[in-house]
Structures are given as structure tokens and as C-alpha cells.
Design a protein around this ligand. Structure first.
Ligand SMILES: Nc1ncnc2c1ncn2[C@@H]1O[C@H](COP(=O)(O)OP(=O)(O)OP(=O)(O)O)[C@@H](O)[C@H]1O
Length: 614
């Protein structure tokens, strides 16, 4: 807890030192002002009772200044708080996303616990450090007020000090227990909250809108969202009821102490042992001590809760990456000989079955290797190991003999150009969608257009309303020229095959890299486009090392080596001719596809042949 508090304080200091210092000064003034007001009131009243002395106007002026401070200072505190909040947000999210991004692997992102932790870290980032700092300052303010009034009470009635403090102690215990319970409750319902957000997002997502409407999923998803929300609400209601019971009881206790004190003070004043001013300062002191104690306890509980929540943030920011990076990574020179998978075994989790079982494969430099296999055979997984998104559980992937675990993932990825079958469609302009493939090349239009041409999407992009600068989005507006007035223009979106070509163009920004990996680059393209893309790719791949995955076997027949994967093992390998001659799985699959095309062409050509013969 102490360490978390230190981290929060360091963050606040680094984000906004002036606001922290300003808040500290305001807190000291606000802590002293109520005590000063109570004493000045007593002095004014006693002076009035004694017929008013020469200094009474000075006392009244001082009372006015103290009252003014009490009115103005909260506004200054609020402004400084806002400043601190803005500074902290920036720093905190910068660190959070930097830490998340620093993990070069994928495994953490596939772990539900990590997402629960990340959501709470995100939530904690919004206000926990500010609350820790704010509550600490408020505790300082409370202590100052408390000390001032305690001294006052000690002068008037030492017994009362003991009673007031004794009444506040159970309240402190209750508040802390409630704070622990709240943190446990939030963690307990974290998955429900995440599912609730997930169903809510599905209901409004443009990607899901089609299926939601066609399958009539709206009510189903809404009821699931409400069910999750109900679970969260129930847990919150239980805690709120408990809070109401405990805090109500504590408030009653405090009120009883205050009433008893007032009774004693009035009796003492009637007996002449206290002045009118004494009664006024006594009443202010009892109320002040109780308010200060309640504030200290509730701020302490708030800080405690914020510290518990902040633990999730610190946990994510300081977590070791899921994929270890060698402390002194080896250099990764350009590929000269080839990449070897040596007895590679892989599964996603200890609970999951093996996906790759002892794969041995050499991808020679300058050659095209095609991976073939049924759904779930392990082709994409093998490619992910080549990119070192995961490490093999057993065996190794070697780049010219160097184990990929010994090199920095960034160095490896700088040598790759990859398009995955589950590619991304970014709500950015067409040019930006392609530029993301090679940020180092900058926004230079030439390489972007060349990549688009290679992927066969140049003409489509060029004819968009604002050409390559057209925003490809249905959820954001683009900024138009509008005489510099920033007129809003609705974005446009592409067809599935066009998006795929755009993703291909993004990967082809890196076509000169050492290894080009194309996982189903043309699955969504029409036959003409697929033919054109493959012709283009063949030209660009010539003499380059590439790994190609496709279910359309005709697109792979020119590969130097075709590898057939089945249930995580290599079943066959060779050129198209060799595998056809072998008559195994590849020949069976190729035959199936070829006969499908033949039947199709028979169906489409027969009627016209018939009519021609008539
Ligand atoms: N992130 C993951 N976590 C757990 N299991 C996974 C993950 N990704 C893939 N799998 C499992 O690994 C197996 C191989 O999947 P992979 O995507 O490598 O197959 P594939 O040969 O590329 O299939 P397809 O032709 O359908 O693309 C499948 O059984 C799949 O369920």
C-alpha cells in the first residue's frame, strides 16, 4: 500500500508540481480557517458582552477575511484539482498503454484475467491517483482542523475530547472494512461488467449491425446485457445497504455525543463557569472535531479504496511481458540461408491440445513455401511462430541458425512483411490504412500508391471522393476542405474484397523485407482480381523468401515447396508436380477443387453449347 501511495504521489508531482504545491497551500489555509473563525467569533461575542472594546472592529474585519477565505478557497482547490486531473490523466494513460504495448507477444491478450485487470487498471487510472493525492491532502486539512479544535476543547473540557474521539474510532473501523469490501466487490463483478460492455458494444457496432438485424439478435443481446448489469447492481446494492446500516449507526452515535456536549456547555454557562463566547466556540469545536474526524476517516477509506484499485494499475504497468525479451538481444542480419523450424511443438495453453507436433521445416532463402491443410491444421499458428508472436513450447525457430528467442522481436518484425487472414480495417483514410504498413516511410504518397498498385486497389482508391485522402469509415466524419471551415464529410466504406486488397497493400509496403508472409491474401477476392493479384505477387515474390497460405490450391502451384499440414504434423512436402504424382492428401484436395471448377464450367457452358447446336 505504501509503495502504491508513493507511486501515485510521484506521478502527481511529475504531472503537475505547481498544482500539487498550490493544493498543499490551499489545504493548510482551509484547515486553519474554521478554527480561526471559531476563535474570532468567541472573541467578538465576549467583547460585545463586555460592552465592546477598541479592537472589536479589527476582530470583525479578521472574521470577515476568514469567512471570505472559507468561501473562496474551495473554488481555488477545485481549479487546482482540475489541473492535476488533466496532467495526471495524460501521464497515467501514457504509461499504461506504453506498458501494454511493450509486450511483444499475444498470449497476455488472450487471457481473460488480463482483460479484467486491464479494465480495472483503466478505471483506476481515471481517478485513483488523484483521489489518493486529494484524500491525502484532505486528511492533512482534517488533521490541522482537528488539532486546532482539540486544543480548544482541551482548554474548555478535556473529558469531551476523550468522548468525541472514542465515538469516532468505531466509525473509522467501519469505513475501512467497507472500503475493503468495495474493492473485493469490484473485482468480483469485473467479468460481469466487461460482458455487459461487450453486449452493449455489439448492439451498437456497425460490424455486428447486419447480423444483429438479420438474425433478430437485438432482444437477446439486450437481455444478456441487462442480466450482467443486474448481477453488478445486486452486488452494489448489497454493499450500499451495508454502508447505510453502518454509517447510519455511526452518525447516530456522533449526534448523541454532540447533544450531550451541548447540554453540558449550556448548564456550565447558566452556572456562570463559561462565557457566551465559550459556549459558541465549544459548540463549534464539538462540531468541528466530529466533522474533521468523519472527514479524515472517510478520506482515509477513500484513499484506501483508491490504493486497492490503483494496485491493478501498478500491476499492469509493472508486469513482466508475456513474451520474454533477451536482456542482450543478438543482432539479426539480413536472411542469407533460410529459416528453420526444428522439432517445433506448440500449444496455446497447458489446458489446450497440441497444435503443432514436432514440425521440422526449412524455408530456404529466396524461395516461396506454401502451407496447405484443412481448417485448424495449424497453418496460421506456424506463421505466428515465425513472427515470434509466441515461442514454441518445445523446439526452436532459427533464422540463419540464430534462435528467434535470442533476438529482439522488433528487429525480427522489421524484417517481415505480413498479412493475416484476420486483417484489420482501420477507420482512417485510405492512404493512412496503407501507410501503417511502414510508418518509417512516412506519408510519402509514392510508395503508398505503388503498394496499392501491387495489390490491385489503386484505381478504386483513386476514384474515391477525395482519392487516397478519403476517410474509410462509417463511424467518423472526415474533415472537408470547406473554405478552411472544416466542413464535415461522411466517410465511405469499401467492400470486403477491397478491404482485403487494402490490407494486402499495407503488407506490400514491406515487400522488400527479408520474409513476406501472406496468410490467405486473396480469400475474399473475385476470380479476376485473385488472378491479377497472384500474377502481381508472383512477380514481386520472385527471388524473395515468402510463405504463402491459401485454400485455393491453384494459387500455390508455382511455389518452390508445398507443405501439407494435418493435425499439427507435416504429412507431405514437395513441388506441385511431385505431390500430384504422390497421389496423397494434396492431390486429393487439388482434385476436389479442380473437379468443382470443371462441374461449374460444364454447368455454365452446356446450355449455351446446346443453344448453339440448335
Ligand atoms: N489464440 C488461440 N488460442 C487457443 N487456440 C487457438 C488460438 N488460435 C488458434 N487456436 C487453435 O489452434 C488450432 C489451429 O489453428 P490455426 O488458426 O493455426 O489453423 P489454420 O490451419 O490456420 O486454420 P484455417 O485454415 O481455418 O485458417 C485450431 O484448433 C484453433 O482452434
Amino acid at each position: 500500500m505504501f509503495r502504491r501511495g508513493r507511486v501515485a504521489a510521484e506521478l502527481a508531482w511529475r504531472a503537475q508540481p505547481a498544482a500539487v504545491l498550490g493544493s498543499l497551500a490551499v489545504v493548510l489555509l482551509m484547515g486553519a480557517a474554521p478554527v480561526a473563525t471559531a476563535w474570532l467569533t468567541k472573541l467578538v461575542l465576549d467583547s460585545l458582552a463586555a460592552g465592546g472594546g477598541p479592537g472589536i472592529l479589527l476582530l470583525a474585519a479578521a472574521l470577515g477575511v476568514a469567512g471570505l477565505a472559507l468561501v473562496v478557497l474551495p473554488h481555488v482547490a477545485e481549479y487546482l484539482n482540475g489541473q492535476l486531473h488533466r496532467g495526471l490523466q495524460r501521464l497515467i494513460y501514457d504509461r499504461l498503454f506504453r506498458a501494454v504495448n511493450a509486450d511483444p507477444g499475444l498470449s497476455r491478450f488472450e487471457n481473460p484475467s488480463f482483460h479484467d485487470e486491464l479494465r480495472l487498471a483503466h478505471e483506476a487510472g481515471q481517478n485513483a491517483p488523484q483521489q489518493i493525492v486529494g484524500s491525502s491532502l484532505a486528511i492533512c486539512q482534517g488533521i490541522l482542523t482537528l488539532l486546532g479544535f482539540m486544543v480548544t476543547l482541551t482548554v474548555l473540557s478535556p473529558v469531551m475530547v476523550v468522548i468525541v474521539i472514542a465515538a469516532a474510532l468505531p466509525s473509522a473501523r467501519v469505513q475501512l472494512a467497507l472500503s475493503r469490501r468495495r474493492a473485493r466487490m469490484l473485482w468480483g463483478v469485473s467479468s460481469n461488467t466487461r460482458r455487459q460492455l461487450f453486449y452493449g458494444a455489439l448492439l451498437t457496432s456497425p460490424d455486428a449491425a447486419k447480423e444483429v438485424r438479420l438474425f433478430g439478435l437485438g432482444d437477446f443481446l439486450r437481455s444478456r446485457m441487462l442480466r450482467e448489469l443486474g448481477t453488478v447492481n445486486e452486488a452494489e446494492r448489497d454493499l450500499d445497504r451495508r454502508t447505510l446500516r453502518s454509517q447510519g449507526l455511526m452518525s447516530l452515535l456522533g449526534a448523541a455525543v454532540a447533544a450531550g456536549g451541548l447540554f453540558w456547555a449550556v448548564r456550565a454557562a447558566a452556572a456562570g463557569s463559561l462565557s457566551v463566547g465559550d459556549v459558541s466556540v465549544f459548540v463549534a469545536a464539538v462540531a468541528g472535531v466530529q466533522t474533521a474526524l468523519t472527514s479524515i476517516v472517510s478520506q482515509w477509506a477513500g484513499a484506501h479504496n483508491a490504493l486497492l484499485m490503483f494496485g491493478h494499475y501498478v500491476g499492469v504497468v509493472e508486469a513482466e511481458p508475456g513474451l520474454p525479451v533477451a536482456p542482450e538481444p543478438a543482432a539479426l542480419p539480413p536472411l542469407r540461408e533460410g529459416i528453420e523450424l526444428r522439432d517445433v511443438w506448440f500449444r496455446y495453453d497447458d489446458e489446450h491440445p497440441w497444435v503443432l507436433r514436432g514440425v521440422n521445416l526449412f524455408i530456404p532463402h529466396g524461395q516461396a513455401v506454401a502451407l496447405v491443410g484443412l481448417n485448424g491444421a495449424g497453418k496460421s499458428t506456424l506463421v505466428k511462430l515465425l513472427c515470434r508472436l509466441y515461442d514454441p513450447v518445445r523446439g526452436a525457430v532459427l533464422w540463419d541458425g540464430v534462435d528467434l528467442r535470442e533476438v529482439h522481436p522488433d528487429d525480427l518484425r522489421a524484417r517481415l512483411g505480413v498479412v493475416f487472414q484476420d486483417y484489420m480495417s482501420y477507420d482512417l483514410t485510405a492512404a493512412e490504412n496503407i501507410m501503417l504498413g511502414d510508418l518509417a516511410a512516412g506519408a510519402d504518397p509514392e510508395p503508398i500508391r505503388a503498394a496499392a498498385q501491387r495489390a490491385g486497389i489503386h484505381d478504386t482508391l483513386d476514384s474515391l471522393p477525395r482519392g487516397y485522402d478519403t476517410l474509410l469509415s462509417r463511424i467518423f466524419f472526415g474533415e472537408g476542405d470547406g473554405d478552411g471551415g472544416g466542413e464535415r464529410q461522411a466517410g465511405v466504406t469499401l467492400s470486403g474484397g477491397q478491404w482485403q486488397r487494402l490490407a494486402l497493400a499495407r503488407a506490400l509496403m514491406r515487400h522488400r523485407r527479408d520474409l513476406l508472409i501472406l496468410d490467405e491474401p486473396s480469400s475474399g477476392l473475385d476470380a479476376e482480381a485473385e488472378h491479377a493479384v497472384h500474377l502481381g505477387l508472383r512477380r514481386h515474390r520472385a527471388g524473395r523468401t515468402s510463405v504463402l497460405i491459401s485454400h485455393r490450391l491453384g494459387a500455390l502451384r508455382d511455389a518452390d515447396l508445398i507443405v501439407v499440414l494435418s493435425e499439427g504434423r507435416i504429412r507431405e512436402r514437395g513441388s506441385h508436380g511431385e505431390l500430384m504424382a504422390l497421389g496423397g492428401e494434396y492431390a486429393r484436395l487439388f482434385g476436389l477443387q479442380a473437379s468443382g471448377y470443371e462441374e461449374e464450367s460444364l454447368r455454365t457452358t452446356t446450355p449455351s453449347t446446346r443453344s448453339a447446336g440448335r
